[in-house]
Write a new protein. Structure first.
Length: 185
C-alpha cells in the first residue's frame, strides 16, 4: 500500500486595517500634469494559503464618500452623478479570481473591480505580503502594495470637457496604488 505525503495547508485570515491602509489614484489633468486622490475607510479580508499563495483570496470595499483630492469642489464633483454617483453607488469593490506568483514576493492578482455599478476584470501587480510582525498590542500584521491601471470610461465614468487648445480636461487612464496593512484574525 502506497502513501502520499502532502504538505498541510496553512490557511490564515487577515482583516484590512483601515487606519493603516490607503487606496490612491492619479489621473492626467488638462493633458499636462497629474491630479492625485485617495480613499479611506477600506475594509475587507485576505484568506492567505501560506503553503500555496495561488489559492489565496482577497475581498475589499471602499466607501466612495471618502474620496479626497484636497479640493472640496472637485471632491463634490467626483461624488456627483458625473463621476462616481456616490448616492446610487456608495462603494467600490474588489474580489479576487486568481493569484499567480510572478517572482520572489511578487504576485499578479486578477479580480473583479466594481466601480459605478460596473464590474470589470482587472489585474493588480502585488508586492508582498511582507513578513509578519507583532504590533505593541500583540496583534500580528502583514502588508502589501498593489498597482493597476484602468480606463475610467470602461466603468461608466465618462464626464469630460474639451479644452480650447485641444485635448480634454480629464484623462481616461487612472493609475491605482494600494498600500494595505492586515491584522491576523
Amino acid at each position: 500500500m502506497a502513501t502520499t505525503t502532502s504538505t498541510p495547508s496553512t490557511i490564515t485570515t487577515w482583516n484590512i486595517d483601515p487606519a493603516h491602509s490607503a487606496a490612491e489614484f492619479k489621473v492626467k489633468h488638462m493633458m499636462i500634469s497629474n491630479v492625485k486622490g485617495k480613499f479611506s475607510g477600506i475594509s475587507g479580508k485576505l484568506v492567505l494559503d501560506e503553503s500555496d499563495p495561488t489559492r489565496s483570496t482577497i475581498e475589499a470595499e471602499i466607501p466612495v464618500a471618502t474620496v479626497s483630492t484636497q479640493d472640496d469642489q472637485r471632491d463634490a464633483h467626483l461624488k456627483s452623478a458625473d463621476f462616481f454617483d456616490a448616492e446610487k453607488y456608495p462603494t467600490l469593490g474588489f474580489k479576487s479570481l486568481s493569484v499567480r506568483i510572478t517572482g520572489p514576493g511578487e504576485h499578479e492578482v486578477v479580480g473583479e473591480l466594481i466601480i459605478h455599478g460596473v464590474t470589470k476584470v482587472v489585474t493588480f501587480a502585488v508586492e508582498g505580503p511582507s513578513l509578519p510582525g507583532k504590533d505593541p498590542w500583540g496583534n500580528t500584521r502583514i502588508g502589501l502594495s498593489a498597482t493597476a491601471k484602468i480606463n475610467r470610461k470602461e466603468f461608466g465614468l465618462g464626464w469630460n470637457a474639451a479644452l480650447e487648445t485641444g485635448g480634454v480636461l480629464v484623462g481616461e487612464d487612472i493609475a491605482i496604488t494600494l498600500d494595505i496593512q492586515f491584522i491576523k484574525a
